[in-house]
Design a protein around this ligand. Structure first.
Ligand code: PMP
Length: 356
């Protein structure tokens, strides 16, 4: 095999890669079980904002009859999303997770020399997408209550607004979003990955503003994170371009299309798990006296460095998220996903031991 020099290899790579750190995901069962010698069954995973109740049993049944030898046919999935969201199918964009939807959208909009507005701390994939499009992120630190503190600058072509925001759990208000949409030339991407856990969605504004796209996912409330299925609601002028630029079959699979359609056919299941998670969230907020959240996670300030604190939880088999990888979160914040009552009990008893 011919082996090339480092400089040859470097010249092949896009220079943007130098500015990127790999996306840091929450830790998994395998890694923690190997590192601490624990059985996966004894580990409580509260680091990735997953839904412990999983999807409707209908999704599992649907997987059994997936035609794996065929390319996906997403008609039923689109019909399910149209009925769930109240939007016509031609305004619904599909993707491999919301990550996949955002990937295609940034390829449509962001070009070399463009900029995107990113209030921090927030979901770090916005930054990776911006940089890989040869555009520049304009970071704007959130205020004390994690609210936005600056308007979208004139040079921004896109703005990424996460609501409820990961990792802080707070939302943007309707009047605030309207004011933003009316005062900017940028396209606003409103990330509603966690919206089912919140009091309200702002999805209806997509009918009023032609510079708003709302991203959604089946990873959270619908319990299908492993299926990688996301969508967005977009005005028609954007949806038309999306269908040109998206990967074949939108990057979804026959399995994810079938599981998604089945999960959407059982909204009572989803609503029951959301109710349980929200009621446990409120209980945890009272027990540990932390700030409130409209998502399925809590954002906690720590006395110890977040790294040390997370290690103490990990050694007890409890995975929580160290927020140092969120730009602007500092060294003293952790994020804890709301689990089942039993998982939360394990978390709380470790919390009392470690933090009191
Ligand atoms: N947006 C936010 C705020 C998220 O936290 C996540 C998942 N971590 C995503 C988008 C991506 O979701 P999906 O699983 O649909 O790609």
């Amino acid at each position: 095999m011919a082996s090339h020099s480092d400089s040859w290899r470097e010249a092949r790579l896009r220079p943007e890669l130098k500015f990127l750190q790999p996306y840091v995901a929450g830790k998994g069962f395998g890694e923690i079980s190997r590192k601490y010698g624990l059985l996966p069954a004894d580990i409580v995973k509260l680091g990735s904002n997953e839904n412990p109740y999983g999807p409707s049993p209908r999704a599992k049944e649907a997987l059994a009859s997936v035609a794996m030898e065929r390319y996906p046919e997403p008609e039923e999935l689109l019909a399910g999303l149209a009925s769930y969201t109240g939007f016509p199918e031609d305004m619904i964009l599909l993707g491999a997770g919301m990550d996949g939807v955002m990937d295609t959208l940034t390829r449509i909009f962001l070009d070399s020399g463009d900029a995107s507005f990113i209030p921090t701390p927030t979901f770090s994939y916005y930054e990776i997408l911006t940089i890989m499009a040869s555009a520049r992120p304009i970071f704007s630190p959130r205020g004390e209550r994690h609210e936005l503190t600056e308007v979208v600058p004139a040079r921004a072509k896109m703005a990424f607004i996460c609501s409820p925001n990961n990792p802080t759990g707070n939302v943007i208000g309707e009047q605030e979003l309207r004011a933003m949409l009316e005062s900017t030339d940028a396209l606003v991407f409103l990330d509603e990955a966690y919206v089912e856990f919140a009091e309200r969605s702002l999805i209806h504004l997509v009918r009023e503003y032609d510079n708003l796209i709302v991203g959604r996912t089946l990873s959270k409330a619908f319990g299908l994170a492993g299926m990688r299925l996301g969508y967005a609601l977009a005005p028609n002028w954007i949806a038309e371009q999306y269908r040109r630029a998206a990967p074949p079959f939108y990057g979804i699979s026959s399995a994810s299309a079938a599981a998604g359609a089945a999960a959407l056919s059982d909204l009572p299941f989803m609503r029951r798990s959301v109710e349980r998670i929200v009621s446990e969230r409120e209980r945890l907020v009272r027990e540990i006296e932390c700030g409130c959240s409209q998502a399925n996670f809590l954002y906690l300030r720590t006395e110890l460095s977040s790294h040390q604190l997370v290690e103490k939880f990990l050694s007890r088999g409890i995975i929580i998220r160290d927020c140092r990888s969120f730009r602007g979160a500092g060294e003293h914040q952790v994020r804890v996903t709301v689990g089942t009552p039993e998982e939360n009990r394990r978390f709380l008893s470790a919390y009392r031991e470690i933090c009191r």
